[in-house]
Design a protein around this ligand. Structure first.
Ligand SMILES: [Zn+2]
Length: 91
């Protein structure tokens, strides 16, 4: 079992929802469609701390706070698991 698998099994991750702007950035480093008030710096900070695993679960309309950029504008959200890089590295 991989270190990542072990951490998932042990529940050593944070579950979050991310907005569509963040999703595109996380998956493709694409901000061409991001809204002008999208906070890329916050997302970069999140990615520095966490490995973000994108799931197939999404919600077309949600008011949950985005776990990556922190926006609470209602919209599309995709569920992710966030694992700390420091945990992946074995501390
Ligand atoms: Zn976001």
């Amino acid at each position: 079992m991989s270190r990542l698998g072990d951490l998932i099994d042990a529940g050593e991750y944070v579950e979050a929802d991310v907005c569509s702007d963040c999703l595109l950035w996380i998956e493709n480093r694409d901000d061409s469609g991001a809204s002008s008030d999208w906070d890329r710096a916050s997302v970069e900070q999140t990615l520095k701390t966490y490995e973000v695993l994108v799931s197939d679960e999404s919600d077309e309309f949600s008011r949950s706070t985005c776990g990556a950029c922190g926006t609470d504008l209602a919209g599309h959200r995709t569920e992710v698991k966030m694992i700390k890089h420091s945990d992946l590295a074995g501390r």
